[in-house]
Design a protein around this ligand. Sequence first.
Ligand SMILES: Nc1nc2c(c(=O)[nH]1)N[C@H]1C(S)=C(S)[C@@H](COP(=O)(O)O)O[C@H]1N2
Ligand SMILES: [Mo]
Length: 451
Amino acid sequence: MKNSKNTKQIAVAGNGLLDRRLFLSTGLKFGTITVLGSASHQLLSKEANKQSTIDPADPPWMHTPGGPFSTYGKPSAHEREVIRVPAPNSAVPGNGVSWTPLHLLEGMITPNGLHFERHHNGVPQIDPNRHKLLVHGLVKKPLTYTIKSLLKYPMHSQILFIECGGNSNAGWNKQPSRAQAGYFHGLVSCSEWTGVPLSIILAEAGLNKGAKWLIAEGADAFAMNVSIPMEKAIKDGMLALYQNGERLRPENGYPLRLIIPGWEGVLNVKWLRRLKAVSKPIMTRNETARYTELQPSGKARMFSFEIEAKSLITSPSTGMLLASGQGLYQITGLAWSGRGKIKKVEVSTDNGNSWTEAQLQEPVLPMAFSRFRIPWRWDGNPSILKSRATDESGYVQPERDELVAKRGRHGFFHYNAIVCWEVDEHGLLSHVYDKKNALDTGNISIDAGWD
Ligand SMILES: Nc1nc2c(c(=O)[nH]1)N[C@H]1C(S)=C(S)[C@@H](COP(=O)(O)O)O[C@H]1N2
Ligand SMILES: [Mo]
């Protein structure tokens, strides 16, 4: 029996955006969204032309026993297109990134094998029995810890995103990137991290007066180091040993990494080997030549650690097709903020002329991914989709022209502008910049790598 109340589709903004309470209705079916050029897209086009000849109740895999047990599970072979895409920087061995395919994932947790990677000099293969952490500098008692000894401490877990300060930096370019959403915005991932609160270890060493900064150093060939304000390190820092329930992956810092929640990726030093308490930042490459931006005022923006609120529609997104033609679709995406919880995500399907609040999936956690969803009835006409995040501090994700006006053209990092996906009359999505945007004066030179 049809419940007419449940299936009532209430428009809440222009161009067919529907009330998120529609998700409570029964019998709802959304249109299929395919990734162009992928196996699933080809399959769908083939199936559209031919009737299935297999009885769905009697598929071939029901006729013989299945495969053996495995010692460590892998994704289905049918999911082989769901991969990180590496972009090495050929000038330096092991320098570069690999992108999380955000547009192919759901929920709020990034699977360990798909967490983005940013290495300055490759992934060291570290023997956990030989790895040590030294805590020294302005402390009463310098200490060293083995991994075994750290595993004896009380642990805590937190679901947190890590985002590289260079994520989405192609957004500074004059022409919109043609890469799929994750291969442009996917230097951000979200995991449950488990480890020892940094405050416990710092208290054990005993900080001297004047210990205002902490220098963290990694055990990779780059020996990466950064300066971190002590106040933040004590308040939120974690010595992480586990990632989504298992020990860290080598790519993400095995056997020990620092987690500085909500702050830019570079502070989360992987393969952590040294923490030195000091009175002043030591002005390393990563806080001077990198992550520092010349602003229109002529002043440089430095130590801008906190990740500002950002959101992205992951599906449908550029390179996808609304394969069922006009009709009902589910718009979904991710939002995150280094300042705390996401308060709301608004979505527009008419280039920002009207907006409505999307549904936020519970739990909404501070400094973690928040998944949002909203139903949309596409009328078959060209449309522009946007999402805009607001965090609990009241910060609102800016339009691209606002961001460019504020930061100028000399920046390279911390790009968090609203993203526009254009839907054409065939239902094909592509990345565009806001048509109203007149401020775009040229490319920046992306020669600095990602950092
Ligand atoms: N030792 C070390 N730590 C490091 C890096 C590195 O190259 N070496 N890269 C940093 C940068 S720039 C980022 S964005 C994050 C990336 O973490 P991930 O590779 O686990 O995603 O690690 C940070 N920690
Ligand atoms: Mo980074």
